[in-house]
Design a protein around this ligand. Structure first.
Ligand code: AMP
Ligand code: ZN
Length: 492
């Protein structure tokens, strides 16, 4: 979009490959399967195929849900910084018990319930600058894939059909059951919630792959034909079917909040691996909870806050991003009354520094040195199990040192360009410049000045300099197009 400025600096994904410096340092992630921080790399060496469990779209996602989605945003942006491409799938659960109950209560169809909340989810995540996943599949649009998966499981004997036409997965027939949650099977049976009342199972812990339709399912449009009669998919099944459709039978990484480890992810593994005989996700990553006053933020606890609350209080999405990234994703984080004040001050400081960098005309050699140190420290922190708090510390050290050097003045244009580039790299991951500091006019003036310098460089046949200026512009999220009538530019 010409003239609109959603993001002043490029994400690394937007940068040409040549600008992505592939680090020699190893990428490490905590894998819930092994309970260890381990080296991580996509199996094909270039594209991280990742699946993240998305929202159930029957009410507004709360800030706790968004902690998890921000952790996944941090993940994909960090992968891109490392030099990998990302193929991220996030499902939208648009058929489930809660949706059907709400539809029945309102005399609506499930689609009437889920459509507005799907739209709201996307609005909210854009407010928090969460990058688009490559695919947002809806459960209701993948019923044939789910039925096919159940058919495979029935055929190989790991699933059975109950008298009412529901289909269950028999956990006793899958030897690896429990490997993710690391619960002994007996413990699983004794400890888990048992909802035997609704459906007839052989074993209390067997889970539903397919649920036979009841009156309210039919009335709300939540029933489909299947080999076992009218019914609807179980929640776990949808993730397995859609993950394998878009990412393949084996893919690199599966993420979600920590509450999904059991039973949801355990059951995804069981039904997928029992069907294919192959490893489902190679690595499992789970983010810790957001708490309010010490309790998990959750609808049923009644302590939720939403993105709409942030908007109404004039709190920039960058502020919430800072608050989340200032804690390690594997630590619990409490959102209290004044929690966001410190983050507000922090992003203000970042925004001021961004503006100073944009307005400066030169720097010092020490500015370039500070930038270099910041980039190294930032990469090392993020590539070590996504240590965003340490990454933020590197950014603030850079801001302190950078401000000191900018105060000193200096006419070193290359040093300034280096500082801007590094700031762009860091902010391409964290994305913390408040919208108020993204002024179109300033950016336009800067781009025009740089394009002039590039024309001059070309005129004197200094193509290395011209290319460097181009990279500098692109690093700030500007797309350039050379046409017969000169160079056109636009943001993003
Ligand atoms: P749901 O819509 O309930 O399926 O949740 C969507 C995502 O939000 C899942 O990955 C959950 O694990 C995650 N989630 C739910 N509550 C919280 C919380 N309080 N803090 C962090 N993540 C959460
Ligand atoms: Zn899932």
């Amino acid at each position: 979009m010409l003239g609109t400025l959603s993001r002043p600096y490029a994400t690394v994904r937007d940068q040409p490959l040549a600008l992505r410096s592939v680090s020699m340092s190893e990428f490490r992630l905590y894998n819930t399967l092994t309970r260890r921080v381990e080296p991580f790399a996509p199996v094909d060496g270039s594209t991280v195929r990742m699946y993240a469990c998305g929202p159930t779209v029957y009410n507004p996602a709360h800030l706790g849900n968004f902690r998890t989605f921000l952790f996944e945003d941090l993940m994909r942006r960090t992968f891109a910084l490392y030099g990998w491409d990302v193929l991220q799938v996030m499902n939208l659960t648009d058929v489930d018990d809660k949706i059907i109950r709400k539809a029945a209560a309102n005399g609506q169809t499930i689609t009437q319930v889920t459509e507005p909340f799907t739209e709201l989810f996307h609005q909210d995540r854009r407010y928090l600058r969460i990058q688009d996943a490559e695919v947002y599949p809806k459960a209701t649009e993948h019923i044939p894939e789910m039925i096919a998966l159940v058919e495979t499981l029935v055929a190989n004997g790991t699933a059975y059909v109950a008298d009412d036409g529901s289909v269950y997965f028999a956990i006793d027939r899958f030897a690896d059951y429990g490997k993710l949650s690391q619960l002994d099977k007996r413990e699983v049976r004794a400890g888990a919630r048992v909802a035997q009342d609704e459906y007839a199972k052989e074993n209390a812990q067997d889970f539903a792959l397919w649920k036979s339709a009841k009156g309210e399912d039919e009335a709300s449009g939540a029933a489909w034909d299947s080999p076992w009669g009218r019914g609807r998919p179980g929640w776990h099944l949808e993730c397995s079917a859609m993950a394998m459709k878009y990412l393949g039978e084996t893919f690199d990484l599966h993420a979600g909040g920590i509450d999904l480890i059991f039973p949801h992810h355990e059951d995804e593994i069981a039904q997928s691996e029992a069907a294919t005989g192959k490893t489902f996700a190679r690595c499992w990553c789970h983010g810790e909870f957001l708490l309010t006053d010490g309790a998990k933020m959750a609808k049923r606890v009644g302590n939720v806050a939403t993105v709409v609350d942030l908007r109404e209080q004039g709190i920039d999405g960058a502020v919430y991003r800072h608050f989340i990234f200032n804690a390690h994703y594997r630590k619990q984080l409490n959102l209290g009354e004044d929690s966001l004040e410190q983050s507000q001050a922090a992003v203000r400081r970042i925004g001021t520094f961004a503006r100073r960098l944009a307005e400066a005309t030169g720097g010092t050699a020490a500015l370039a040195d500070a930038a270099k140190r910041a980039e190294d420290a930032f990469r090392a922190a993020l590539f070590d199990d996504l240590n965003a708090p340490e990454g933020l510390a590197a950014l603030f050290t850079f801001i302190t040192e950078g401000n000191r050097e900018l105060d000193a003045g200096g006419g070193d244009v290359a040093a300034l360009a280096e500082a801007r580039r590094v700031f762009g790299v860091i902010d391409g991951v964290l994305d913390l410049v408040p919208a108020a500091d993204n002024t179109d006019g300033e950016l336009a003036a800067w781009v025009e000045e740089r394009l002039g310098a590039r024309r001059d460089a070309r005129a004197r046949r200094d193509f290395a300099a011209a290319d460097a200026i181009r990279a500098e512009i692109v690093a700030r999220g500007i797309a350039l197009e050379d046409t017969a009538n000169g160079t056109k530019w636009r943001v993003g």
